[in-house]
Each structure stands twice: as structure tokens, then as C-alpha cells.
Design a binder for this molecule. Structure first.
Ligand SMILES: [Zn+2]
Length: 209
């Protein structure tokens, strides 16, 4: 059978299994969403946020792109962030990277991949900032994984530099911002950092509300 047809068949089976357990499952789900988390993750197919956190539909609002970047000129991302923070009022925003990330690997290579070079350039800038520390590492794999961690920390910082987050911190003392890394080898998430609402922000990026 064609693999694409398999997806549709599996969907039917899944929907049926939900209704078997609770006949109002979709009726209730369709009413509204009230997620507590915004997940900013990598598009990599091996890091499906609901699966790895054992969450159900409705629990996580999601934005995924190559290498889980927070880019202040990305209106797609900013719209997701604004909706999650201002409309859904999520109490937590999670940036989740993963070891052995292809986007991060690309940033450490000298190959041109076409259009993607411009996206990956954001990670190259993070590499440049932390070059000294990364170059002390001897294996390529560990270098990539160190940059994966620096990349998550950088994106967390980028979040705190947005007016969206700073205004929410001022108005409702939320959200908390979390930086995590997913380990493909063990299936485990590692916490790198948690930033509390109202934390100090470098004055160059601070807005007064
Ligand atoms: Zn990735």
C-alpha cells in the first residue's frame, strides 16, 4: 500500500479508538483550546513534542522550524508567540533543541545549502559568539552538541528580548521561559535553564512599560 494512504487509514483507526473510549472525545476537543505550554521546537521528525512528553491534543501550542530558532524578524514565529502569550495566556514557553540537530550541524560546516544558508546563519552567529569554548572540544559530535545547547540558550535570550514577553511579564508576571534539549539516544529531555518572569534583561534590549 502507498505510504500516504497508510497515514489516512491510521487516522481513521486513531479517531475510532478515541471515540470507542469516549464518545464525546472530539465534541469536547472541538469546543476550545486551553494549552498551558508554547513549544518552540525543531522540525526534525524525530522530536514530536506531544509524543515525547506523553501529552494529548490540546495541551501544547506549537511552533517548529529548522533548529528551533527565535528570530525577531520572523513574523510567522512572532504571530505564534503573540497569540500564545497574549490570547491563550500560556504560563510556560519552552524552547526545545535536540542533540545531533541537522540545522546546527549545517552551521558548523562550510557547505552551501542554498536558501537555508540564510536561516542557518543565525546559528553561525551563535557559534561565532561561543567559538572559543566550542573549539576546545575535540570530537565533531560533541562540538555539535555543545552548539545545540548554546543555540537553545540564545533562543531563550532572544525570547526575553521581545516586547511580547516583556509586556506579559509586566502585565501578568508570566510566562516562565524554559530551555530544554532532547537526547535522541535516550529519549530524555534535559533542562538547561528556566527564566522567571521579571528577570533582568540587558538594558540594550529592555522596553519600559
Ligand atoms: Zn534539529
Amino acid at each position: 500500500m502507498e505510504k500516504i494512504k497508510h497515514l489516512l487509514l491510521e487516522n481513521k483507526a486513531w479517531a475510532g479508538s478515541k471515540v470507542d473510549i469516549n464518545k464525546d472525545y472530539f465534541k469536547n476537543m472541538a469546543k476550545d483550546q486551553n494549552p498551558e505550554f508554547l513549544w518552540i521546537g525543531c522540525s526534525d521528525s524525530r522530536v514530536p513534542e506531544s509524543e515525547i512528553t506523553n501529552s494529548t491534543p490540546g495541551q501544547i501550542f506549537v511552533h517548529r522550524n529548522i533548529a528551533n530558532l527565535v528570530v525577531h524578524t520572523d513574523t510567522n514565529f512572532l504571530s505564534v508567540l503573540s497569540y500564545a502569550v497574549n490570547n491563550l495566556q500560556v504560563p510556560h514557553v519552552i524552547v526545545c533543541g535536540h542533540y545531533n540537530c541537522g540545522g546546527v550541524k549545517a552551521a558548523l560546516s562550510h557547505s552551501s545549502l542554498g536558501l537555508i544558508d540564510n536561516w542557518v546563519r543565525n546559528i553561525k552567529d551563535t557559534y561565532f559568539t561561543h567559538k572559543f569554548e566550542i573549539e576546545k572540544i575535540s570530537t565533531e559530535r560533541e562540538k555539535v552538541n555543545k552548539l545545540v545547547e548554546f543555540n537553545v540558550l540564545e533562543q531563550v535570550k532572544n525570547l526575553t528580548h521581545t516586547a511580547i514577553i516583556q509586556k506579559a511579564w509586566h502585565d501578568r508576571q508570566a510566562p516562565h521561559i524554559h530551555g530544554w534539549v532532547y537526547d535522541l539516544d535516550s529519549g530524555l529531555l534535559k533542562e538547561l535553564v528556566t527564566i522567571k518572569p521579571g528577570s533582568e534583561i540587558d538594558s540594550a534590549y529592555r522596553y519600559d512599560f
